[in-house]
Design a protein around this ligand. Sequence first.
Ligand code: MLT
Ligand code: ZN
Length: 461
Amino acid sequence: MTASPLAELARLLPSLQLRTEPADLEHYGRDWTRRWTPAPLAIALPGSIDEVQAIVRWANAHRVALVPSGGRTGLSGGAVAAKGELVVSTERMNRVVGFDAADRILTVQPGIALEAVHNAAREHGLVYPVDFAARGSCAIGGTIATNAGGIRVIRYGNTRSWIAGLKLVTGTGELLDLNRGLVKNSSGYDLRQLVIGAEGTLGIVVEAMLQLTDAPPPSNVMLLALPSFDALMQVFEVLRGKLALSAFEFFTDRALVHVVAHGAQKPFAEDHPYYVVAEFDAHTQGTQDAVLAAFETCVERGLVGDGVIAQSEAQAAALWRLREGITESLARHRPYKNDIAVRIGAMPAFLDETKALLAREYPQFDVVWFGHIGDGNLHINVLKPDALDDAAFVTQCEQVTALLADALQRHGGSISAEHGIGLVKKSYLGSTRSAAEIAMMRGVRQVFDPNGIMNPGKLFD
Ligand code: MLT
Ligand code: ZN
């Protein structure tokens, strides 16, 4: 790539912020995977939809690959720019555009952080219910690109359920205004839903209409220690039968070791193999009685090794920290992340089988299991042993993922529940999608982006 197409872009859009300083290339070329060496051509920071369209048209003329970029908190390499691409950062397009009270729709630009959306919703007495630990740094555009899930999917579903409309600049530079906030719209293909989860391969989301909803009633949080995974699944049955659950998250003893080493308070004197953080509505005396009754049922059936119900907001936050602090506590061990989904009914068999397999075949690895067990979503993080060099670690982890992909095929699961395929899981897409499905996806992509300039190399080649 010569400098001249970039010079032409600067000439075409004199007000466009373009950055080529090495520190910027490094910063914007990476995401949280930190596995690829950043090597973008430059960074563009458009301030308007018109500028995004002009960039895409320029990129088509010069066949320059574009990488849409939000908070880069992704865990699958979907926002990595390592091959001379132009990064299109939505960082400057980070405003609330408007609020419609009748429809309870908050319209936002793509670069706004999830936490800022939560705050804006709260100002209107409502909530945007998608939530996860990276809320302060991720951008809403990225959550749409991956159809992000998080900790409240069990009650609210994932991002897909909350996008009432989208504006998309396609790979040809055309602006599509999809669904426009309609609740009902039975007028053909729902292209909005096609864009959600497409990992930036169909275009760049330049505006989103977020459906808000009522704030939930006051909640409470419970931490349970469980003797086995079987007991954990039985506890899930009891709790969801008796309580209005808004989260049911799990982690193993290894996860607890890391999060405690990172500063969290050890919750119980004894060690236990599994733990669950459950959140539930607790706004009336009746619901509080139901909580105690559910807890007692679990104890009577011998399902619970230990347990605590938060007595204050501070204690509830401390219990949540045990689950939400896991990712950060593992970061210094350079984890290789797996993010799988199976149907809830298939989870015990999948977990037993793969846990035993990994312990037998890869005893050298500290494997940390945690995740959104109420949605059938397990995060399986393999930590890098100090003695192993990076390349050997990645090679071995890819073998681990191949084993998981094999098991997923047998159990009818998915190689990505909520992180996306990106670069990291590209070679395993075939374990989750049939050849015919992948061929159709390629066809769709061809329609939106005939010159293949939108995030090439991500999802599939
Ligand atoms: C989480 O749920 O904490 C993240 O999605 C998982 C991860 O860091 O692997
Ligand atoms: Zn997660």
